[in-house]
Structure formats: C-alpha cells, structure tokens
Write a protein that binds this ligand. Structure first.
Ligand code: ADE
Length: 228
C-alpha cells in the first residue's frame, strides 16, 4: 500500500511513524509511507501557503494555489483510491472504516491547519472527510498519524502475531478482554486461573464472556439490542 500524507508540519509525523509497528512496517516494505511538506509549494519569498479568510473573522485559510499545485503533482504520479481530508467536520473514525481503508492500494491524507483549507479544494479533490473525535486539534497531522497508525498496524504481516490484531477492542464491536503477564501473583493479586489451565477452548470462552461483560459495563452503546 502507498500511504501519502500532505502536511503543513511534517515533523509532527516523521518521528511518530518511524517507530514501533508503523516504523517496522515501513522498513519491511509493507507500506510505502511518504510525507509531503506543503510548504515546498508555497509562494513568494516566505513560501506562503495561507491567506486571510474572505468575509473576515480570525485565523488563516490554506490557499488553493499551493494545495492544488501539490495535489496535481501527486495525482500525476499516483492514482489514489481515496484522498482523505482530516477535519473535525468529517465522519467519525471507526474500526470498520479503518479495516476498509487497509484494503486499498493508494491513499492520500491531507492535513489542514489554522482555519482549514479553502472549500473549493475540498469540493474538487477530497473523496472523504474523517474526524478522529468531537474536539478540535491545532492541525490535521495528529489525526493523520492516528489514522495512519490504525491502518498500518492491521496490514498483513505488520504485527508479528497475525491473530493479535483480530482480538483488538472494536474488531468485533466488543472491547478486548483483560490481559495478564508474569508474575502469576503480583502484590497478592492472582492471574485468573483459567488462563493458566492450558485449555484453549475454555480460555476462548472466558475471553468472550469478559469482552461482553466489559462492553456492557463500559460501552453499552456498542452492544446490539439482542446482546444487551
Ligand atoms: N483537525 C482538527 N481537529 C481534528 C479532528 N478532531 N479530527 C480530524 N482532524 C482534525
């Protein structure tokens, strides 16, 4: 998969995506990650990329010129399945959409900054708008990092143990069951004995029960009516 990210502050993404699972997936060639600096397409001596909003009001707007020049150049080289604008106005990100995006060949993420991007760019280039939650960030970079991480970690082979991603919270609309590691007793608290039993079937049943209980308690909204 090609995952390209157009950013105003590329530094916010570079270090994050170099490490851990995304970093390894890139090193292993599971994903071709490219971070593009919008500033390189800026105009004038100061490489300006933004301008005042028509109609007044505070904040700056990312202008059409640098964005369209950069997007045209990228689109000439790559045929994107989706060009996604990260925005608090977008559809709220869910695991189901992450799963769908992970099956695409080429994705471009566009990060806004300041007051956002000129509406005409949204209308002309963007195929989808995604929000990572009902709050406003300073820019789209952290949201793009969240989305990129969520996509990359479920690409085949990105996680060592292939089964592990399938047991994540939200993968089957349930929260994940509790997990334990050594020591068997810590400050008097014991690991549930079923996990030491070696009985795979019983462990799987216990985990499912725990998942359902946890979801009922913490996120009852996730349960379909018949499971409540
Ligand atoms: N940009 C600013 N806030 C955002 C959010 N909540 N989700 C996605 N992109 C954003």
């Amino acid at each position: 998969m090609k995952l390209h990210i157009l950013a105003v502050v590329p530094e916010l993404l570079e270090s994050f995506l170099k490490h851990s699972i995304p970093g390894r997936a890139v090193a292993q060639g599971k994903v071709e990650l490219k971070i593009i600096a919008l500033r390189n397409h800026g105009t004038g001596n100061y490489k300006s990329i933004d301008d005042y909003p028509y109609g007044g009001g505070g904040g700056m707007v990312l202008a059409c010129g640098p964005l369209s020049e950069c997007l045209d150049e990228l689109m000439e080289e790559t045929n994107y399945d989706e060009i996604i604008y990260l925005s608090p106005d977008g559809e709220q990100l869910q695991q189901k959409e992450v799963n769908r995006l992970s099956t695409q060949q080429n994705i471009l993420l566009v990060c806004g900054h300041y007051k956002g991007i000129d509406q005409r760019i949204r209308d002309s280039y963007i195929t989808k708008e995604i929000s990572i939650g009902d709050y406003v960030l300073s820019g789209g970079e952290l949201a793009a990092a969240v989305l990129a991480d969520a996509i990359i970690r479920i690409l085949p082979g990105a996680i060592g143990d292939e089964m592990s991603a399938l047991s994540d919270s939200h993968q089957d609309a349930l929260l994940a069951p509790p997990v334990y590691t050594r020591p068997e007793v810590w400050r008097g608290k014991e690991v549930p004995s079923i996990l030491l039993s070696g009985n795979d079937k019983a462990i799987a049943e216990w985990r499912l029960e725990q998942s359902i209980e946890r979801t009922k308690k913490l996120r009852p909204d996730l349960l379909k009516p018949e499971e409540e």
